[in-house]
Design a protein around this ligand. Structure first.
Ligand code: PEP
Ligand code: MN
Length: 337
């Protein structure tokens, strides 16, 4: 149940509802919006719905939750969440481009890429130190050394970075370096990992599982939110369908669907969805036009030598061209870069 307070409800009215919920053995999650306060009631549905909430002082209405996810839904919070990534706002007025190498391979590779993407206007750097690889014999990432290089680049170039975390045991380590943690597609339903990233203070980028429905994805976000971390950005990165022409099928429909169902910011990853360099630009444009809050793009100074995902990485010049087109489209959507 979501209990929506009146605009002129007093702090005492809010406390009254919270205490009433606790008295029946339920938890209360208070969210103070700019306009009004809403209280999420967690506990036995039947017990909660039996009480006359709308008769209590300061209560405007009590809305039963019909969806399995609650806190990440727009019913709970009608206004958009804005996520702060080391000073960069995602989900606010400006469109955000995240760019960088799929994996950190060396200092030279990382610096060259980071300088190029900053120059072209990217505002968050990507680069992974832990890579989820289909084969156990493939390059697995540089680990902590990769995180140190990323932190060095951030400090030199003044750009925050996002990095993937694969294992609940590494959450503290990645969180101590990165400005944002990413849970990748293969881990979207790793509930222990979701809880762990929900208990640390850095914002989280949650990619869609490649076989997950939108509802399953929002439930994954709910796991993070429920632990206390409300700074979550959803990333559509393509799903597995019967189509084999591209690595994955970018589900562009997910963008407007999520915008209706949830208050969380949404990004599109045109690199991992298409899996091919020639598809990155058109899929990026589709993301902007569909109303995403940002995109995340793989860039590499020498894709033919890349240890991971070279086929989809853009060269710095191609990325600059993409930025130019994205800037013009985003401006047409009233989202300046
Ligand atoms: C990535 O962004 O580098 C990545 C591994 O993506 P995904 O989890 O979407 O495959
Ligand atoms: Mn990749």
């Amino acid at each position: 149940m979501i209990i929506v307070m009146k605009r002129d409800a007093t702090p005492d009215d809010v406390t009254g509802v919270v205490e009433r919920l606790r008295s029946i053995g339920c938890e209360a999650h208070v969210s103070e919006g700019q306009i009004q306060t809403v209280i999420g009631a967690i506990g036995d549905r039947d017990v909660i719905s039996r009480l006359p909430w709308e008769a209590m002082p300061g209560v405007e209405r009590a809305v039963p939750v019909v969806r399995p996810f609650k806190f990440v839904s727009r019913d709970f919070q009608p206004t958009d969440t804005v996520v702060d990534v080391g000073g960069v706002q995602v989900g606010g007025e400006r469109f955000v481009v995240v760019a960088g190498p799929c994996a950190v391979e060396s200092r030279d590779q990382l610096f060259r890429t980071a300088e190029a993407v900053v120059e072209a206007g990217a505002r968050i750097l990507r680069g992974d130190a832990f890579k989820p690889r289909t084969s156990p014999y493939s390059f697995q990432g540089l680990g902590e050394q990769g995180l140190q290089l990323l932190a060095e680049v951030r400090d030199k170039l003044g750009i925050p970075f996002v990095a993937e975390v694969l294992d609940p045991r590494d959450v503290g380590l990645v969180s101590s370096y990165a400005d944002m943690l990413r849970v990748g597609t293969r881990n979207m339903a790793n509930f222990t990992l979701l809880q762990e990233v929900g208990r640390q203070p850095k914002p989280v980028q949650l990619k869609r599982g490649f076989t997950a429905t939108i509802e399953e994805w929002l439930n994954a976000a709910e796991y993070i939110y429920k632990e206390g971390n409300h700074q979550i950005v959803l990333v559509e990165r393509g799903i597995r369908t019967f189509e084999t022409a591209a690595r994955n099928t970018l589900d562009i429909t997910a963008v407007p669907v999520l915008k209706r169902l949830s208050h969380l910011p949404v990004m599109v990853d045109p690199s991992h969805s298409g899996g091919r360099r020639d598809l990155v630009l058109p899929l990026a444009r589709a993301g902007v036009a569909a109303g995403a809050d940002g995109i995340m793009v793989d860039v590499h100074p020498a894709p033919d030598t890349a240890l991971v995902d070279g086929a989809q990485a853009l060269l710095p010049d191609d990325f600059a061209e993409l930025m130019d087109q994205v800037a013009r489209l985003a401006a047409a959507m009233n989202r300046p870069l």
